[in-house]
Design a protein around this ligand. Structure first.
Ligand code: ZN
Length: 344
């Protein structure tokens, strides 16, 4: 299946093979005083066994369809946050710099810029880019290659952020995931001072902070977004178990904008988390359903437990990086203890 056309079809168009290819703005919601949108870089195919690790196919195939070659469709969801003062892009998809060999495996949908444009967002509009980790399918549009071969930032005004430990690892990766790193996605940005490397736990801007959730890689970040004004001056580590009781008394200007734009305002949602490859799709929310790609599968389970200890009681909106159908949902535990993803 060949991806890579520069024109974008309407959202949800099925290809001749029946895959759904989400290309336009998928979802938009107001979270406290922030506006959150999902933009897709398209979809690609992943081997079902690699996608679900040790989970038997008789179990995962009830949730996710596979083709005759055992490939499943994976999404490439970026999260755009408008805080009222900054426009922040979390994750930049697969990009358009894959080698021929990589393209044979994954195709190269390369739809993010088209889809941002369709949603009225130009590359110059992005103030901040955050990468959860540096695998090629998460930071591909950080940079583009100009005709003369020079690598330049795709988002000319943006400050970029990525985990320090991940960047150090990417310089000398293990043989196991070496194929997943394309240095052009981040090295030129680090060298030019455009990319700030994070230890984990930092606040990027008021209301947006990062926290390390090891498992998929050792230093992968979750990006935590708290839209309720009045809570912006603290990052997650400082906040303890605060619930929605800290609702803003004085709505932030962005809240008024969001209301003017007519987007749904769910007053019960205050926190969202782009949890990246810790639980890449709604089919991975069970504690033991990790990906075969995870470098530290036991840590994936511990990180999920830690995440759920906050996300479930506080009703966080979880953003799923590779879910082609459900980019975000609230994870809940039903009476039997089973995790369920409740769409919002
Ligand atoms: Zn990854």
């Amino acid at each position: 299946m060949v991806f890579g056309a520069n024109n974008y079809p309407a959202s949800g168009v099925a290809s001749e093979k029946g895959f759904v290819w989400h290309t336009e703005l998928m979802h938009r919601i107001t979270l406290g005083d922030f506006e959150l949108s999902i933009f897709s870089d398209g979809t690609y195919l992943l081997d079902g066994g690699a996608f679900f690790g040790v989970v038997p196919k008789v179990m995962w195939s009830k949730k996710v369809a596979a083709d005759e070659r055992n490939y499943c469709t994976a999404g490439l969801n970026s999260l755009l946050i408008r805080t009222g003062t900054e426009t922040v892009l979390v994750e930049t998809g697969m990009g358009n710099k894959l080698s021929e060999r990589m393209r044979k495996f994954y195709g190269q949908p390369a739809q993010l810029l088209n889809n941002l444009a369709a949603g009225g967002v130009a590359p110059e509009d992005i103030d901040i880019v955050i990468n959860s980790h540096l695998h090629f399918d998460h930071c591909g549009w950080n940079t583009v290659r100009e005709k003369n071969g020079k690598i330049v930032p795709t988002f000319p005004r943006a400050k970029y952020y990525a985990p320090l430990g991940e960047w150090e690892y990417a310089r000398r990766p293990s043989e196991r995931d070496a194929i997943s790193f394309i240095p052009e996605n981040y090295d030129p940005l680090v060298e030019s001072g455009r990319m700030t490397l994070l230890k984990g736990g930092e606040q990027i801007v008021p209301g947006i902070s990062v926290k390390t959730f090891p498992g998929h890689t050792a230093h992968m970040l979750g990006i935590i977004v708290r839209g309720g004004s009045g809570r912006h001056s603290q990052n997650l580590e400082d906040q303890g178990h605060e619930g929605p009781k800290h609702e803003s008394q004085n709505p932030h200007p962005a809240a008024q904008n969001a209301t003017r734009l007519g987007h749904p305002l769910d007053p019960s949602l205050f926190t969202a988390c782009y949890i990246s490859d810790l639980m890449p799709t709604t089919a991975h929310i069970d504690l033991t359903w990790g990906m075969g790609f995870d470098l530290y599968p036991l840590q994936t389970i511990e990180s999920k437990k830690e995440y759920y200890s906050r996300a479930i009681p506080e009703k966080w909106l979880t953003v799923f990086t590779h879910d082609p159908m459900t980019p975000w949902a609230c994870v809940e535990k039903d009476e039997t203890g089973k995790m369920i993803a409740k769409e919002v």
